[in-house]
Design a protein around this ligand. Structure first.
Ligand code: ADP
Length: 467
C-alpha cells in the first residue's frame, strides 16, 4: 500500500512537472512568436513609412493636416482670440472638444492605413488590421499666442504609450504595435501623436504557426500519462496476483494439513495396543485413513488440473443430455451427499430440452454453486434451483439466502484464487477456485455465468448455456 502510494505520488508528480515544463516552453515559444510577429509588422511599416517620407514628410496625413490647420485657425479666431477672458470650466470644455475633433479628423482623413494595408498585401502578409491614433501633445498656435490643449502625462514622463490607466496600458502594450510617432507643426497647431496597428487574427495566426509544437507538447504529455497509467495498472495487477497466490498457498497448506494430520493421528492410533486388539476399531480407522487419502488425492488432482488448464484448453467429452433430468440428479445426490444440509426447491421450465454437455464438468459446475450456497450461509440454507430457457439459451439459476457478496467483490469472485476477505477466510475453508471452475466450464460450453447479490440478502448465480 505504501509502495503503491509512493509510486502514485511519484508518477503524478512527474506528470505535473512535465506539464509545467511543457506549459513554460509553449508560453516562451508563444512570447517569441508574438514578439517576432510585432517586429515583422513594425519593421515592414517603418520601412514603408521611411520610403514615403523621402518624397513627402507628411505622407499619409497631408489631407488630415490641412483640415486640422483650418479647424485650428477657426478655433483660434472665433473661440479664443475673440474672447477677452475664459472661466476654467469653459476652457476645459473647449479643450476637450478640440482634442476630440482633431482626433476625429486625423482618424477619418488619414491615408496611411490604406497605404500600409496595400503594402503588407504586396509583401505577402496579412493586410487586415485595425489602427488607432493617440494624440500625446496638442497645442494651438498663432503668431504670438499658444494654447495648450492636451498633454499626456505618460508621454511627458517618457513612457510614450498613450492615455489610460496602468491596466489599460499593459493591455495596449500587449495587443498593439506602435508603428510610428509623428511630430508635426503647421501654422495654427503643433501636435505629437502615435499611430498603432492591431491585428484581429493575430492569435489565430500565432496558433497556426505554433500548431506543430503545441501538438508535440500535448502528444508527449498524453504519451507519458498513458505509459504511467499502464505501468501503474500492471503493477497493481501484479501485486493483486501475488497477494492472491500467497493467500492460495496459505489456504492450500491449511486444506492439505487437515487430512494429513487426521491420517497421522489415525496411524498413531493403529499403533496402540488397545486398538489393535479390536478389529472393529481397526476397520473404522482404516476407513478414516482411506477417506482422508481420497480427499488428499482430490485436492492434489485439483491443483494438477488447474495447472493443466492453464497450459491447454481443456477437453470436453460432450454428449446429448436432457438438462432438467441431469440437474435433478445432481441436486438429489448433493442433498444426500451433505446429509440434508439445505432446503432446496426446484422449478423447471424447459420441457426436456436436450443439449450437448460434458456431464462430469457440468456436474462439477452445478455442485460448486450448491456447495457455495451452503458454505456461505449464516442461517439455515435455503436454495432455489430454477431452470428456464429462451430462444437460444438455457438458464440455470442457483439462488441462496446466504451472506451475499458486495459489489466490489462481485467483479473478482470468478478470478482464479480470489476469496472475499471479510475475515471469514479462515472460518470457511476454500481455495478460491470453485467459481473460477464454474466460469471456465460455462465458457467452454459456449455459455457464461453471472452473479446478482446484496450483502446480507443472498446471492443468485445464473449459468447460461446455448442449446
Ligand atoms: P472458495 O469458496 O474456495 O473461497 P470460490 O471461487 O468458490 O472459492 O468463491 C470465491 C469467493 O466468492 C468465496 O471466497 C466467497 O467469499 C464468495 N462466494 C462464492 N459463492 C458465494 C455465495 N453463494 N454466497 C456468498 N459468497 C459467495
Amino acid at each position: 500500500m505504501k509502495q503503491k502510494n509512493t509510486i502514485l505520488l511519484f508518477g503524478t508528480g512527474s506528470i505535473v512537472l512535465l506539464i509545467t515544463i511543457q506549459v513554460y516552453l509553449v508560453l516562451s515559444i508563444w512570447n517569441q512568436k508574438n514578439e517576432s510577429f510585432d517586429l515583422r509588422y513594425k519593421s515592414l511599416s517603418q520601412d514603408y513609412i521611411s520610403r514615403l517620407s523621402r518624397f513627402n514628410s507628411n505622407a499619409g496625413f497631408d489631407t488630415a493636416y490641412i483640415l486640422i490647420n483650418t479647424y485650428a485657425e477657426q478655433v483660434m479666431r472665433k473661440e479664443i482670440l475673440s474672447k477677452k477672458s475664459f472661466n476654467e470650466t469653459d476652457l476645459s470644455a473647449l479643450k476637450k472638444q478640440v482634442l476630440e475633433d482633431v482626433t476625429k479628423i486625423l482618424v477619418l482623413e488619414q491615408d496611411l492605413s490604406s497605404f500600409l494595408s496595400r503594402y503588407f498585401a504586396s509583401q505577402g502578409y496579412e493586410k487586415d488590421f485595425n489602427f488607432k491614433i493617440e494624440i500625446n501633445d496638442l497645442r494651438l498656435i498663432d503668431f504670438d499666442t499658444r494654447v495648450d490643449i492636451y498633454t499626456n502625462p505618460d508621454f511627458m514622463s517618457g513612457r510614450r504609450i498613450g492615455a489610460g490607466s496602468i491596466k489599460d496600458r499593459s493591455k495596449i502594450q500587449k495587443s498593439r504595435i506602435l508603428v510610428n510617432s509623428y511630430w508635426t507643426e503647421e501654422n495654427y497647431f503643433r501636435m505629437q501623436f502615435d499611430y498603432y496597428i492591431d491585428f484581429q487574427d493575430k492569435k489565430q495566426t500565432l496558433l497556426k504557426e505554433m500548431s506543430a509544437s503545441l501538438f508535440l507538447s500535448v502528444f508527449s504529455i498524453v504519451v507519458v500519462a498513458l505509459l504511467f497509467m499502464i505501468t501503474f495498472r500492471n503493477l497493481i495487477e501484479e501485486r493483486r496476483l501475488s497477494n492472491l497466490k500467497t493467500d492460495f498457498i496459505n489456504n492450500m497448506t491449511h486444506e492439505l494439513k487437515t487430512p494429513l494430520s487426521t491420517i497421522t493421528v489415525a496411524g498413531k492410533t493403529l499403533e496402540m495396543e488397545k486398538i489393535r486388539s479390536d478389529p472393529g476399531k481397526i476397520m473404522e480407522t482404516a476407513r478414516l485413513i482411506g477417506k482422508q487419502s481420497i480427499h488428499l488425492n482430490q485436492l492434489i488432482n485439483l491443483i494438477l488440473e488447474i495447472s493443466m488448464w492453464e497450459r491447454t484448453q481443456f477437453q470436453l467429452d460432450k454428449k446429448q443430455v436432457e438438462v432438467d433430468e441431469l440437474i435433478k440428479d445432481i441436486v438429489e445426490s448433493f442433498i444426500s451427499g451433505c446429509s440434508n444440509c439445505a432446503k432446496i426447491t426446484q422449478s423447471y421450465d424447459i420441457e426436456g430440452i436436450k443439449t450437448d454437455l460434458d456431464v462430469v464438468y457440468f456436474t462439477t459446475m452445478v455442485n460448486n454453486l450448491l456447495t457455495n450456497a451452503v458454505k456461505y450461509s449464516d442461517k439455515e440454507p435455503e436454495i432455489k434451483v430454477e431452470v428456464t430457457k429462451d430462444k437460444d439459451f438455457v438458464y440455470i439459476k442457483v439462488a441462496d439466502n446466504g451472506i451475499g457478496i458486495n459489489r466490489n467483490d462481485q467483479k473478482h469472485i470468478f478470478d482464479k484464487f480470489y476469496r472475499v476477505s471479510t475475515g471469514n477466510i479462515h472460518k470457511i475453508k476454500g481455495l478460491g477456485l470453485g467459481l473460477y471452475y464454474v466460469k471456465r466450464i460455462a465458457e467452454s460450453h459456449g455459455g457464461d455465468v453471472t452473479v446478482e447479490s446484496k450483502p446480507g440478502k443472498g446471492s443468485i448465480f445464473t449459468i447460461s448455456l446455448p442449446y
